[in-house]
Ligand binder design. Sequence first.
Ligand code: SF4
Ligand code: SF4
Length: 384
Amino acid sequence: MSVRVQPELRNQLIQFGIGDWNACYHCGTCTAMCPLSEEGFLFPRKKIRLMQMGLESEIESSVEPWLCYYCGDCTNSCPRDANPGELMMSLRRYLTSIYDWTGLSKKFYTSELWEIGSILLIAALVVIAFLVGLPAMGYSFTTELTSQGGVKINSFAPIHIIEAFDWAMAIVVGGLLISNILRMYYKIIWKHGHMKVTFWVHIREFWRLVFNFSVQPKFGKCDDKRYWFSHWLLMSGYTIMFIVVVVFLPWFQTEKIVPAWHLQRALGYYATFGLLFGLLVAIAGRMRRKDVKFYFSHVSDWLFLVMLTLTVITGILIHIFRIYGMPFATYIFYIIHMAVLVPMILIEVPFSKWSHLAYRPFAVYFQHLKRHSVPRKTKHSNVI
Ligand code: SF4
Ligand code: SF4
């Protein structure tokens, strides 16, 4: 692989929130302190060196930024206040934009106007769809209640329409994410002509992807386990809610009010609790700014937290209003809920903060593919 120095890299990286990496004088303390840095995959000092040298392709083919869970130990121990933890965070934003072939990720990360404007535009389209689109298609809502006293929610949000829209959204977002992951694979594994990863290694190491997605053991290696726990609760709550809402919506959005211990409600309550707990920890941390991992906040960090909090709170209110037979309140908050949820999924999942949920476990998988790669044979291989 040819190595190209890109002098403009510094200016590009600054747009993603990277601070003053020139403060680093390469003492190596951060790498020694990092609980996740390991032989063959050393960071963060090595990555700072690549940034200083403008080695763009070396950075693009790195998995290390995704192996960092921002515990902050490196930042706390840096004698030059170079904040290596935040440098790694900024690199993750940069890499997200590099994997994304549409160019939208870069626009969202580097322009508040683009990100907030796109969110507002999609939210407005959702509101128009409910207030104009559905009535124009002949759907009219009712204020009559069910025999149990609940709201006839499917009169306002026809289940087959919402389900079709959910699937369309999941296919678009999934397609974008998968294509970006393939680009990530190309840059980390495929592009390196000198190494070869056998098909068997791809199969054998696949379990790491599933395991790291569901348990996040690397995060658990950080000294402070509280953040691993709150992050895991948040992530599991989000995953359950996503599966239930997209795959099992007709089972989940029912007019019949089932008992509180029914699986439908139990899953909803667990997901809500996990999301609220994780959000509370993250928001309180960013507001108090006592822990280094929360000291710097990019706009995308706050947007993601605000949108997810609004989604959860409106979801709770819809549930309460529906059960206690308050149709207008249910319908109004259903519109608000969807006006926040849809742009959050369409923008945050493939292009912004949420994409790390996919990139991290894949990075661990690719790390092990790299570890088990073998030198590719060339016609010069046998020449000593
Ligand atoms: S970032 Fe700080 S701790 Fe790490 S090598 Fe540079 S000066 Fe040393
Ligand atoms: S923030 Fe933590 S995991 Fe990330 S590089 Fe620093 S010490 Fe390592």
